[in-house]
Design a protein around this ligand. Structure first.
Ligand SMILES: Nc1ncnc2c1ncn2[C@@H]1O[C@H](COP(=O)(O)OP(=O)(O)OP(=O)(O)O)[C@@H](O)[C@H]1O
Length: 656
């Protein structure tokens, strides 16, 4: 923007507003040249009416004087300061310190009280909380609204709203009051009231520029200028007792100079009011965050509880158990040689110090046999699935602390040809066999096998409670995963694991794979992390969905609050404080969702653990962690809506 040197020098130090060759063109956005070479000087104490036909450029001029819009070229001075190229930040500060606005629409915030609406400009200006009631009280009384102070903005009449807009505009003590069609929406009586108030304010020292179609308003002003097609007519400077009036601004000056204070509590209370206004919308968002975070908490807690459970059981076995397995060649799947090998191993182990007993366990692949409750000949078989089938021997049963009802049967010895089955508690349930009933049998690959007992508890190997245990000989073949579980005296597993392989297979110790409990601990950790990855993954997806829906809802909310945002900007709110308002709203909803999610997730953990008979793992720090995650996700989802709100053009938004 280039301005001739002499014009810059000609700035009149007594003027409150000076415009030199101001142009505003909307040609780039397909619009007209709204202002052409406008020159205007306004002195303190002036009451200037700008009159003109619709579309002549009045609002554009007022927006430029009010620093809501920038001219395409020309120079603008406010109170002697060249603001033509002022930064966004100083324009905000100048608006808040020097200017008051009244628009055709009163832009009263319906959900806030009348007093809170009137205090908006003071909050933005940074007037301390404790000083506000006196100022607000004075101006509400001045405009005849003292008795409505605690009513909601939406409860007062149109005339009262416009007087409230006047109170809000002058409460911050502006040097210059800009009014854009202030009586445009009012009936004759209310228009008269507003005109009287404008006159009184001017008489008390407030400089006023009003744009209007209304001849009564124009007549009330001390000076009128016409606007035709973007040019001012009779816009010559008119000095109105400038020096006396400069010192006569009674109402605005009565409260003296104030040091601005940024009250965080204002931002917080604005954000909370925003949340409570659209209560239903806020509740839905909070529930969305709650579900995501409840899932995260539950996944952490359930996987930790499960892992603790497994670890406890493994720790029990840690002191007195070694497992080893031998790979059976795939081309020799016959059971007989395996059983002979097991017997040989058992007899050599019985000579080793510290060995209490060595049981045999072979997990049979599900596909190798069909299991059903009834004879496949009498009924079409309804094979059960997802149940592991394990072949075990007598020693395994007696050395693994199993609780079997009615009693531990002795017919599982490897040298006894008897075929029998013991059903894990959960497998019996699946097959429809009552725990206390006797004389049952099941069908395994077409042969009837009597059920000799129900396994009610297996603390060392909990997986057996959902398995079917068969005696040796039921299956025709053995399979690759045959394990010998050696129960030792306490403290023996470690030294034994070093010597077992060569004691059993002196010729080929490498064919024996020893599993110490340490390996199982790694397995338990693996189980825990797999479980938490699975549940945690689902929760993260839930949380992302919550963020997406929060972002969409907040975007809609920004769109519906255009007028409020524009008003705040007009009163001097910075882009950053508009953005922080929405970020804080998102953050609050996220944090509340996080706290509720923590409560819901912890309850889920407790319920699941009680049902499983586990001890629940809960930690106090989940509460602050969940609140922080909620806060962070809430803020992240509010980012885009907050940026959109902050970037809103106030001049455009006021028109909308
Ligand atoms: N953001 C914009 N983009 C394009 N054109 C615009 C924009 N703002 C204003 N205009 C145009 O500039 C011209 C002047 O508009 P302005 O609103 O200042 O007139 P006005 O005298 O205040 O009219 P009214 O009395 O009806 O409010 C109009 O032709 C208008 O369409």
């Amino acid at each position: 923007m280039s301005v001739p040197e002499e014009e810059t020098e000609s700035a009149d130090p007594r003027a409150i507003v000076e415009l030199f060759h101001i142009q505003r063109s909307f040609e780039q956005s397909g619009g007209p040249i709204a202002l052409k070479e406008v020159n205007l000087t306004v002195y303190p104490g002036d009451f200037l009416a700008i009159i003109g036909a619709s579309g002549s450029g009045k609002s554009t001029l007022l927006n430029i004087i009010g620093l809501l819009d920038t001219p395409t070229s020309g120079h603008l001075y406010l109170n002697g300061i060249d603001v033509s190229s002022a930064t966004e930040k100083s324009r905000n500060r100048l608006r808040s310190a020097f200017l008051g606005f009244v628009f055709q629409a009163s832009h009263v915030i319906g959900r806030d009280s009348v007093a809170r609406n009137a205090a908006l400009s003071l909050r933005i200006q940074g007037v301390a909380r404790k000083e506000r009631p006196e100022i607000v009280g004075y101006w509400l009384d001045y405009f005849g609204l003292g008795h409505r102070a605690s009513s909601l903005g939406k409860q007062i009449s149109g005339g009262e709203k416009q007087r409230l807009a006047l109170a809000r505009a002058v409460a911050s003590g502006p040097l210059l009051l800009l009014a854009d069609e202030p009586t445009g929406n009012l009936d004759a009586t209310n228009s008269e009231l507003v005109i009287d108030h404008l006159k009184q304010l001017n008489a008390a020292g407030t400089t006023i520029i009003v744009i209007t179609h209304d001849p009564t308003v124009a007549a009330a002003a001390k000076r009128q200028v016409g606007m035709i097609d973007g040019s001012l007519h009779d816009g010559n400077p008119h000095i109105a007792e400038a020096e006396q009036l400069r010192t006569r601004r009674e109402g605005s000056n009565r409260f003296g100079k104030r040091r601005p204070v940024r009250e965080l509590s204002d931002l917080i209370s604005d954000a909370l009011t925003g949340i409570s206004t659209s209560f239903g919308r806020s509740i839905l968002l909070i529930v969305a965050f709650m579900l995501g975070i409840a899932g995260l908490v539950a996944s952490t807690g359930i996987s930790q509880s499960a892992a603790t459970q497994i670890s406890e059981k493994i720790s029990q076995s840690a002191l007195d158990e070694v497992r080893f397995s031998k790979t059976v060649p795939a081309d020799s799947p016959d059971l007989e040689p395996v059983l002979q090998w097991v017997e040989g191993v058992q007899s050599s182990l019985s000579r080793i110090d510290g060995v209490v007993g060595a049981g045999f366990k072979s997990v049979l692949p599900e596909k190798a046999m069909t299991i059903s409750r009834f004879s496949p000949l009498s009924l079409s078989p309804l094979p059960i699935s997802n149940t592991s089938v394990v072949m075990v021997d007598q020693t395994f049963l007696s050395t693994n602390d199993l609780s079997i009802s009615p009693t531990t049967p002795s017919i599982f010895a490897t040298d006894t040809p008897t075929k029998a089955a013991i059903l894990g508690r959960q497998a019996a349930e699946k097959l429809g066999i009552e725990p206390k009933s006797t004389g049952n049998s099941i069908w395994v690959s077409g042969q009837e096998i009597p059920v000799v007992g129900i396994l009610t508890d297996s603390p060392r190997d909990p997986a057996l409670e959902s398995a079917i245990l068969l005696s040796p000989g039921v299956a025709k073949a053995s399979y690759a995963n045959t394990t010998i579980v050696v129960r030792t005296q306490p403290g023996y597993p470690a030294p034994l694991s070093n010597v077992l392989a060569s004691a059993i297979e002196p010729g080929n110790p490498a064919s024996i794979k020893i599993n110490t409990v340490g390996d199982l601990r790694t397995l338990a950790r693996g189980v825990r992390s797999d479980l938490s990855i699975l549940i945690g993954g689902v929760s993260v997806i839930l949380l992302l969905l919550a963020m997406l829906s929060a972002a969409t809802t907040m975007y809609v909310s920004v769109r519906s609050r255009t007028s409020e945002i524009a008003l705040r900007r007009a009163l001097g709110s910075s882009q950053a404080s508009i953005a922080s308002l929405f970020l804080l709203e998102g953050g609050f909803m996220g944090a509340i969702g996080g706290l509720l999610g923590c409560a819901a997730g912890s309850s889920a953990i407790v319920i699941i653990c009680i049902a499983q008979g586990w001890s629940a793992v809960l930690a106090w720090w989940w509460l602050p962690a969940a609140a922080s995650i909620g806060l962070a996700t809430g803020i992240i989802s509010a980012l885009v809506p907050a940026l959109i709100a902050a970037k809103q053009n106030p001049a455009q938004a006021i028109r909308d």
